[in-house]
Design a protein around this ligand. Sequence first.
Ligand SMILES: NC(=O)c1ccc[n+]([C@@H]2O[C@H](COP(=O)([O-])OP(=O)(O)OC[C@H]3O[C@@H](n4cnc5c(N)ncnc54)[C@H](OP(=O)(O)O)[C@@H]3O)[C@@H](O)[C@H]2O)c1
Length: 179
Amino acid sequence: MVLKVKLIVAVSENMGIGSKGQLPWRLKKELKYFSRITQLTSDPTKRNAVVMGRRTWESIPAANRPLVNRCNLVLSSQSLVLPEGVTLHHSLEEALQSLGDDIETAWIIGGSSLYQAALEKGLCDQLYVTRILRSYDCDVFLPEMGPGYVLARDPAVPEELQVEDGISYKFEVYEKIKN
Ligand SMILES: NC(=O)c1ccc[n+]([C@@H]2O[C@H](COP(=O)([O-])OP(=O)(O)OC[C@H]3O[C@@H](n4cnc5c(N)ncnc54)[C@H](OP(=O)(O)O)[C@@H]3O)[C@@H](O)[C@H]2O)c1
């Protein structure tokens, strides 16, 4: 089966995704959702990959990285020292090409340059977008998604409004329009 490529992001009303090297919000259940969705496979013999930029890798607390049960790939132009099993890549294409048949889905997990590259090149079959229904002071933003995607459904994704610590958010799934 061919590798699926999907993008996952949580974004504020003002399209922010990060601030000072961290997430602008603290939403435990949203992080649990990210963890569950990025580990989910339809084939139990396979696992997924998470592809991220160097700053996103550094934003994950040392105790929580590499992200468990997923193959971790990091993009950087530098020769980073990474834990065993985490691989370093110099472009998104090269990272994706390095993945073998044992991987079901490559999840693009940010940050903004990876999202930009993936969206511009139309690499993603689906986009999993958490809409945080608030504005935040941010210094990193989600690039334009473009017109090539429509709202879709995934039975694994709750459709009801989520509320955590007084912050409302909803999970959305977009699918690439087939030409
Ligand atoms: N809300 C969300 O869902 C979400 C998701 C992810 C991250 N974030 C937040 O976003 C921020 C981090 O994102 P960011 O956009 O600042 O940085 P980033 O994309 O995670 O990392 C940027 C770095 O990745 C490397 N890189 C990117 N594209 C490359 C390429 N084509 N070839 C080689 N290296 C490449 C470069 O590393 P070198 O400089 O080492 O060459 C670049 O400086 C943090 O605040 C984080 O918390 C939020």
